[in-house]
Structures are given as structure tokens and as C-alpha cells.
Design a protein around this ligand. Structure first.
Ligand code: GRF
Length: 189
């Protein structure tokens, strides 16, 4: 079966992108990385992607406005043959128009057990609430922030004395296991 071509969008260090790219090297992986794109030309993850011979695209929306920026991203992804978009620490909200163009074909990883803690500071909020468990979710992206169908989740315990940082590190280990597995299932659909 032909591999589905995935575009990964990042804004920062790109550790989930690295996990997705490493998993894609397996001969039987259902997806391959068509392009890694970023709204931050200085994103650390982009340098890693270039070093690993992945196709990259970087453009800052500053000065050109969101519609022109998104049109350029959309064009780069289509030129690369992307069929699915995986958001991996992409810190910008996609417009409703962009989501509609890629309806049902954008996924994201979010560091909470959705529907709990949509948005930012998920770990601090889980600790503050006295939760016993935290985790991460891979979900379909819709117009509603962190609101689309949940495709997979992984849980970790919240330990006494945890800070947002120690909990984030524990969750991140699970993110790197969960995201490649769920993306592979999604790409094989
Ligand atoms: C991860 O915690 C992910 O869940 C969230 O943003 C962070 C990205 O980290 N969406 P990285 O850039 O993949 O290392």
C-alpha cells in the first residue's frame, strides 16, 4: 500500500516531529514525511529536519498577514504532496478557512486528557486541580480549539511534589510513544 504523505507543522524544539520522523523510517510504516513546515524560521526542530534531509518550509506571518501566510503554507504543503497534516507543537491557531480546506485531515497532539484542559498551561492546571492522573491526547483538528474527535490517549500518574515541568517531562515521554502509533493508524484509514 502506498504510504500517506504527512506534513508536520512545528513552532519550536520539535521533539514530537522527531518521534514521528523516526517512526516513519520503518519499512511498514503507513506514512512518510512529505515536509516539515514552521511559522518560526529559527525553530530548533527545523534545523534537525534539514540535517535529516527532510523537505522544509519556513515562513513568518509577521508583516504579511494571516491569509497570505496560510496561503503560502497551504501551497507548500500541496506542492510537497501532503495528504495529512500533523501539528506538533505548532503554536498558531489555524483559520476556519484553512481547517475547512483540510477537513478531517489535520491531527494534533495536546498535553492533557481531553476534554480536560483545552488550551495552555495544561500541567499546572491538572496539578492545581489535585488530579491523580494527567496525560496526552491525539485528536482531529476542527474549528473548535482542541475540540475534535479524540483518536488516542495515554495516561501518566501525577506524583506528590510534581511541578508543571516534572509532569510535562513525564507526559512528553508518552507523547513520543502515542503520536507515531495514532498517526500510523489514522494514515492507514
Ligand atoms: C508538546 O507538549 C505537545 O503536546 C504540545 O506542544 C509541545 C510540543 O513539544 N502541543 P515539541 O515541540 O514536540 O517538543
Amino acid at each position: 500500500m502506498a504510504k500517506r504523505k504527512v506534513a508536520i507543522l512545528i513552532s519550536g524544539r520539535g521533539s514530537n516531529m522527531m518521534a514521528l520522523a523516526k517512526a516513519a523510517q520503518a519499512a511498514d510504516c503507513s506514512y512518510e514525511i512529505a515536509i516539515v513546515a514552521s511559522d518560526r524560521p529559527d525553530a530548533a526542530g527545523l534545523a534537525w529536519a534539514r540535517e535529516h534531509n527532510l523537505v522544509t518550509f519556513a515562513l513568518s506571518p509577521k508583516g504579511i498577514g494571516k491569509p497570505a501566510y496560510e496561503a503560502a503554507i497551504d501551497g507548500a504543503l500541496r506542492e510537497a504532496g501532503a495528504e495529512v497534516i500533523a501539528l506538533a507543537g505548532y503554536m498558531r491557531l489555524l483559520s476556519d478557512e484553512f481547517v475547512a480546506k483540510w477537513r478531517g485531515r489535520i491531527v494534533n497532539i495536546h498535553p492533557s486528557l481531553l476534554p480536560k484542559y483545552k488550551g495552555l498551561d495544561t500541567h499546572g492546571r491538572a496539578i492545581e486541580a489535585g488530579d491523580a492522573v494527567a496525560g496526552c491526547s491525539v485528536h482531529v483538528v476542527t474549528e473548535e480549539l482542541d475540540g475534535g474527535e479524540v483518536l488516542g490517549q495515554a495516561e501518566v500518574p501525577i506524583e506528590p511534589g510534581d511541578t508543571a515541568e516534572t509532569l510535562a517531562a513525564r507526559v512528553l515521554v508518552e507523547e513520543h510513544r502515542l503520536y507515531p502509533r495514532v498517526l500510523a493508524d489514522f494514515a492507514a484509514r
